[in-house]
Design a protein around this ligand. Structure first.
Ligand SMILES: N[C@@H](CCC(=O)N[C@@H](CS)C(=O)NCC(=O)O)C(=O)O
Length: 225
């Protein structure tokens, strides 16, 4: 029986990207079925996923008949399949990485709600608002502190699930010309993440798709660039 990842539209599914990236970076073999989550086919396609996965969402991994849903569970499973390559061996470091993962998964306190993953692929992107800029600075400061404490080059030293969980956030922020002048380590880490072959492969495919426009992107008073 096969190991199949049901993932999502490349320029619209940041959660699927996290699961896909963890499997790829852990060098786990899997087949992929991309589920088109764009409207109007979104509803029917996700209903089909709902026939075997209670959240009726992507990503979902079906491994030898076992259904693993939610990106976080798939990322943890990818780490376990790889013999623990994507989490630190030391228990406190591992707990700390998991807190970064949990923070990202529970919404990053609503960081930049309108800077959707979809918007990273728009041909014309608006400037960040003052609020988004402030939230980005706060996140850069967290990343800078992590990189300082670990010594880099990744958040926890070696590549971990934390780097991969933040990858879509890096994509969203990098696409909106953030001011990283105060955060040299975070800037270098973001560049290194964007240069990783697996992430580049996903982003190149995403860039070839027609943009998925969301109504709440434009902000009154902000001229598109
Ligand atoms: N917590 C879930 C979120 C998954 C999610 O929201 N996926 C989107 C696509 S990126 C989806 O399928 N949504 C279905 C819906 O909104 O009905 C995870 O981490 O996997």
């Amino acid at each position: 029986m096969a190991r199949i990842l049901y993932s999502g539209t490349r320029n619209a599914s940041s959660w699927a990207l996290r699961a896909w990236l963890a499997l790829r970076e852990a060098e786990i073999a899997f087949e992929e079925q991309v589920v088109d989550i764009r409207k109007p086919q979104r509803h029917g396609n996700l209903a089909r996923i709902g026939a075997f996965s209670p959240p009726a969402a992507v990503p979902v991994l079906v491994d030898e008949g076992t259904v693993v849903y939610d990106s976080l569970a798939i990322m943890e499973y990818a780490n376990e399949l790889s013999g623990g390559r994507l989490l630190p061996a030391e228990i406190r470091s591992r707990a700390h990485v998991r807190s970064l993962l949990a923070w990202q998964h529970s919404g990053l306190s609503g960081l930049c709600a309108r800077l959707s993953f979809e918007s990273a692929f728009y041909p014309r992107r608006r400037p960040m608002t003052a609020g988004e800029h402030a939230q980005a600075q706060r996140l850069f400061a967290v990343w800078e502190d992590e990189l300082t404490a670990s010594g880099g080059p990744h958040l926890a030293g070696a590549l971990s699930l934390a780097d991969l969980a933040f990858a879509p956030t890096v994509v969203r922020l990098a696409a909106h010309a953030p001011d990283t002048a105060r955060w040299p380590l975070a800037r270098a880490w973001m560049s290194s993440m964007l240069a990783r072959p697996a992430l580049r492969e996903w982003l190149e495919e995403a860039a070839r798709l027609p943009p998925v426009y969301l109504d709440d992107y434009a902000v009154e008073g902000d001229a598109p660039q």
